[in-house]
Design a protein around this ligand. Structure first.
Ligand SMILES: [Zn+2]
Length: 291
């Protein structure tokens, strides 16, 4: 159900808004987006939406986006039934949400920034919600929630996972990706609070009431490149703008892009049944525990 941010009563939909009968709280619907916390958008600094167009330009062709999309979809098909109600939290340019929708899932998207929810390509998804994951407006609602390279932006990651748990139905699943290994920290991590290792992942999922079904590294074969990048492109607190940094991060020679895509596609097949010790990212699938 959809609940009031103030008193937790169930909200009632009325014309262009959701209303709380108990305390009068309202969430307006504007251009298809339900706004639960519009006032937070301007002050929320954990992710800069200015790089949206740059990332959109690269998401169709860049190996990193393509591999990540393929890999996440494969994991979804393995663990989440088609036609399940799925929410992507922190939807960005929406490339994963659109892919899930095209593959038969009932997808809704959410973000704290209205720029993402208003993004032309994200309007393909009908149900769009603006809220802060620290104050979730859903209870016992979704079959699965995806959060791809979002958790590392949050201050209180364990609390965020607890909030995700509340929004899931019994047996609901969470699927996330995060950047791995603090020793790979580089200047493109500037908006992250941390990179993860599997030990910490196991800890925070357990503490927030989840049983892990699968947790593994991927982006393994590009580890030498990622290690060199961490050495050369150190985080020196540089002041380049978000879109400049995104452009620097994503620009790639098309031939190298193709080669890396081919290698990583093969890798995804190879790691289907093993768990590599290292990798640029971690994927986690977990299920709401019974107690
Ligand atoms: Zn209320």
């Amino acid at each position: 159900m959809i609940i009031c941010l103030k008193c937790k009563s169930e909200l009632r939909k009325e014309n262009e808004r959701y209303l709380c009968n108990s305390c009068g709280f309202r969430a307006d619907i504007i251009n298809g987006v339900v706004y639960f916390k519009p006032e937070i958008d301007e002050t929320f600094e954990s992710y800069n939406p200015n790089a949206l167009d740059v990332f959109y330009k690269y998401e169709k062709e860049h190996f990193w986006f393509k591999i990540r999309r393929d890999f996440i979809l494969k994991i979804f098909s393995k663990y989440v039934k088609k036609s399940s109600l799925v929410m992507e939290v922190g939807t960005g340019t929406g490339n994963i949400a659109r892919e899930l929708k095209n593959n038969g899932y009932d997808v809704v998207i959410s973000d704290v920034h209205k720029q993402f929810l208003d993004f032309e390509k994200n309007k393909i998804i009908e149900k769009r919600y603006q809220f802060d994951v620290n104050e979730p407006p859903f209870e016992d609602h979704f079959n699965a929630i995806g959060m791809f390279d979002v958790l590392e932006h949050t201050e209180e990651d364990e609390q965020v996972l607890k909030n995700i748990r509340k929004m899931l139905k019994d047996d609901g699943k969470i699927i996330i990706t995060v950047p791995a290994h603090s020793w790979l920290w580089n200047k493109y991590d500037y908006s992250h609070k941390r990179r993860y290792n599997l030990k910490r992942i196991r800890e925070i999922f357990k503490n927030s009431g989840f049983d892990i079904l699968e947790a593994k590294h991927f982006f393994v074969s590009i580890m030498p490149l990622l290690f060199i990048r961490a050495l050369i492109e150190r985080d020196n607190g540089n002041k380049d703008s978000a879109d400049d940094l995104a452009e620097q991060q994503m620009a790639i020679n098309p031939i190298i892009n193709k080669i890396l895509y081919t290698i990583l596609s093969l890798e995804c097949k190879l790691i289907a049944n093993i768990s590599p010790k290292i990798g640029g990212s971690i994927i986690v699938v977990a299920q709401k525990s019974k107690n």
